[in-house]
Ligand binder design. Sequence first.
Ligand SMILES: [Zn+2]
Length: 198
Amino acid sequence: MTAAERYPAAAVQAPELSPAAGEDRTVGRVVELASGLLMLLDEHGITRRLPLDARAQAGRLRHAVKLAVQTITAAPSSRPPAPASPDRAGELRAWIAAQPWATDSGPVGWVYLLCFRDPATGQHRPLRGNGAGGQFAGHYWGWADDLVRRIEREHRNSNWKGPGRLVQVALRAGLTFELAWLEYPATRGRERRMKSKI
Ligand SMILES: [Zn+2]
């Protein structure tokens, strides 16, 4: 077993982003290491299996990496004359370009999925529609810039009259809900794509 196999994070060296200034060089190094770690988490399929809170924290780290990369590459004086390794620079650019937060425009917030549950058993239980079609709604996709407020003050509020009526209908039908999935940072465009996948 080689050192690279034992410590795979060390094997991924993101491109040289750091300018000459010492402080920026340190920031650049942290960005390289953080993006290398995030790449490996994605590559090994770990990100999507993380608990919600850890995934949210990974999302914040992605966002911070993106902002740092933008800042570093935007400053003309700090742009390195040539990347130390073009392949790795290309790899990082491709990874960033593939991230949902990098390709969407619009405000950034949380995309979330509520799963309707039976309060007695905790089992997934879809809402049965009263219409002739007998439609089922097992889940609710949403987007919010303030997730806690959205869930506690709006979804859990039986008098709420704003968007998300399906959740009030489910609660009135005796169901409860759980937060089943979470992504940050994410745009409304991301929410629409996730909705259309179901
Ligand atoms: Zn469910």
